[in-house]
Design a protein around this ligand. Structure first.
Ligand SMILES: NC(=O)C1=CN([C@@H]2O[C@H](COP(=O)(O)OP(=O)(O)OC[C@H]3O[C@@H](n4cnc5c(N)ncnc54)[C@H](O)[C@@H]3O)[C@@H](O)[C@H]2O)C=CC1
Ligand SMILES: O=C([O-])C1=[NH+]CCC1
Length: 172
């Protein structure tokens, strides 16, 4: 049994600001991009279709030599069903002891998925956004839309935010 189990509210508490993820993610992206010298082993995600139910199971293992971290995310994603009480994407992160392979921790992965994905978008935006950009347009209105809104509002200054429900939020 793992010694640590972190549920959704506990992960949320550690990641109360998505921007806390930025330094670690920037380092990890740099290490991945450096190829073998960066010490990241991260094969392309394996995806198992669950055809009768319109879903997928994705398995995302990785080892980072710089962090000496061995982990995998398990994520299921299903066609969005209106009024479903279950989110379309659900994830769990398993953390192993890299020295002997023992399972050390099980973390709820849904908050991690929401915040990590938005944080990576924010890193790309920091590098690519034209200096004159004034309007943030968010396509979709689900979990990722919210997490992207959250970190983009924390890191950047826009005059307006538009979303696909037709709402406009004036920031200035
Ligand atoms: N690259 C990555 O690491 C990740 C990518 N994703 C992807 O991001 C996307 C959003 O994920 P979530 O926000 O978690 O899903 P979600 O189910 O919470 O939200 C999806 C939103 O899209 C809307 N939508 C669905 N079909 C639409 C259509 N035809 N026209 C307009 N709106 C439509 C839904 O009403 C809902 O508001 C998905 O494609 C997901 O697979 C999600 C997590 C990680
Ligand atoms: O990285 C991820 O968690 C996912 N990417 C697409 C669906 C879920």
């Amino acid at each position: 049994m793992p010694r640590v189990i972190l549920k959704q509210d506990e992960v949320e508490k550690y990641l109360h600001r998505a921007s806390l993820l930025l330094p670690a993610l920037e380092a990890a992206l740099g290490n991945f991009s450096a190829g073998a010298a960066g010490g990241v082993v991260q094969p392309v995600r394996a995806v198992v279709p669950v055809r009768p139910h319109g879903g997928y199971l994705g398995v995302m293992p990785a080892y980072s030599a710089a962090d000496d971290a061995l982990t995998t995310k398990l994520v299921t994603f299903y066609e969005h069903k209106k009024d479903s009480s279950v989110p379309s994407h659900q994830a769990t992160v398993l953390l192993f002891d890299p020295t002997n392979g023992s399972l050390k921790a099980v973390l709820d992965g849904s908050v991690i998925t929401a915040k990590r994905t938005a944080a990576v978008s924010a890193i790309a935006t920091k590098l690519l956004m034209p200096a004159f950009a004034e309007v943030l347009c968010i396509l979709g209105a689900g979990v990722q839309a919210y997490s992207h809104y959250e970190i983009f509002m924390e890191l950047f200054t826009f005059k307006e935010v538009m979303d696909t429900t037709g709402h406009i939020h004036f920031c200035l």
